[in-house]
Design a protein around this ligand. Structure first.
Ligand SMILES: Nc1ncnc2c1ncn2[C@@H]1O[C@H](COP(=O)(O)OP(=O)(O)OP(=O)(O)O)[C@@H](O)[C@H]1O
Length: 352
């Protein structure tokens, strides 16, 4: 649906002596009907990249293909037409304060020369879809943040786009309103089949509604994949830092390290060595039966030090950091058994 190929956006540095890359050779492919997340720290190049999709931002080099058409090769007139396929919503809503809710939603249609009767036919169902029918004659100043964003969404949908770009659309909203807005976007994605591209710094937003995600850093894509894979096993340190609390259970707190080191130097009450490891699991292969089955089978004991289970779109995933006590051969056989049950095993004894 959207192919961003080798997108580079360069600017002159403030002193004009050098080049600065807001995006550098970025390749992203977004499928029809998916909700695609773009995350990254401030200044990573997210907005620059998303604005290339409708050429609000014309990249220094690279190709933008939307629905099979190369936007970078179009005339202004052709581009204006194509842009109607691409709606956009913003963090600060960008509504016109002198226009009512109805008139804000109607604006793109007025600009396209649609007749008054047809505008009414289009706007009324949209206001119903976003739950603003009874607020149609109010002005933006009379609305809450969530209601303003609903006007923004209805306005973006007025030209029947196939794609909706969302630049931090929930960042200015409180958690409850964020939830309601995300549910609305999900409904639009499912009922209208719209492809949605979302920039966000809120990991909960990604977890709740995105199917796939790319992580940007310093103008480049550093990680991409299904949301479940990226959250379960982030590879790049920037992703790990961004997922922060979601990964707290992976990091052994400094206060525990000394205790664990002491524990690892000793043996259990039966004189058997200790083994420190971390298990990462997804979905149906819940660790408990696998772990206890392994310990029964190979005569081991275990002690859980840290653990967390989280959920991405109904799929649970999590990590357990634990100490296993048992003879070396039994322990190694147990590790193989756990791995064979699709649980990732990382041995940490040498790390701590
Ligand atoms: N017109 C411009 N001229 C010069 N530098 C720019 C211009 N537009 C953006 N930049 C710089 O490009 C970099 C990427 O900006 P961009 O807005 O794409 O980042 P972002 O990841 O969306 O950040 P944020 O989350 O803070 O919005 C930033 O360092 C920004 O200062």
């Amino acid at each position: 649906m959207i192919e961003l190929q080798h997108i580079t956006q360069e600017y002159d540095t403030a002193d004009g002596k050098d080049k600065f890359f807001a995006c550098k050779d970025v390749n992203v492919s977004i499928k029809p009907g998916e909700i695609f997340g773009i995350i990254g720290r401030s200044g990573a190049g997210k907005s620059t990249l998303v604005r290339c999709i409708n050429l609000l931002n014309r990249p220094t080099s690279g190709t933008v293909i939307v629905d099979g058409k190369d936007l970078t090769k179009m005339s202004d007139e052709e581009l204006r037409k194509e842009r109607r396929q691409i709606g956009m919503i913003f963090q600060h809503f960008n509504l016109l304060s002198s226009r009512t809710v109805f008139d804000n939603v109607a604006l793109p249609l007025e600009l396209a020369g649609v007749s008054k009767a047809d505008i009414r036919k289009k706007v009324e169902p949209l206001l119903e879809l976003v739950g603003l029918t009874e607020h149609a004659n109010k002005y933006p100043s009379q609305l809450s943040g969530g209601q303003k964003q609903r006007v923004g969404i209805a306005r973006a949908l007025s030209s029947d786009p196939k794609i909706l770009l969302s630049d931090e659309a929930t960042s200015a909203l409180d958690p409850e309103t964020t939830q309601a807005t995300l549910q609305l976007l999900k409904k639009i994605n499912q009922e209208l089949g719209l492809t949605i591209v979302m920039i966000t710094h809120e990991m909960d937003v990604v977890k709740q509604i995105c199917h796939r995600v790319v992580v940007m850093n310093k103008g480049q894509v550093i990680e991409e994949g299904s949301v479940l894979d990226v959250f379960r096993d982030p590879k790049h340190e920037v992703t790990q830092a961004m997922l922060g609390t979601a990964l707290a259970a992976r990091t052994i707190p400094a206060s525990m390290k000394e205790k664990i080191q002491k524990l690892m130097r000793g043996t259990d009450s039966k004189g058997r060595p200790m083994h420190l490891l971390r298990l990462t699991f997804v979905g149906s292969n819940t660790t408990e039966p696998v772990l206890s089955a392994a310990c029964h089978k190979y005569d081991l004991d275990f002690n859980i030090l840290l653990g967390q289970v989280d959920e991405v779109q109904g799929e649970s995933y999590g990590t357990l950091t634990l100490v296993m006590m048992g003879e070396k051969d039994d322990y190694q056989a147990a590790v193989e058994f756990i791995k064979a049950n699709n649980v990732k095993v990382e041995e940490l004894s040498d790390v701590i």
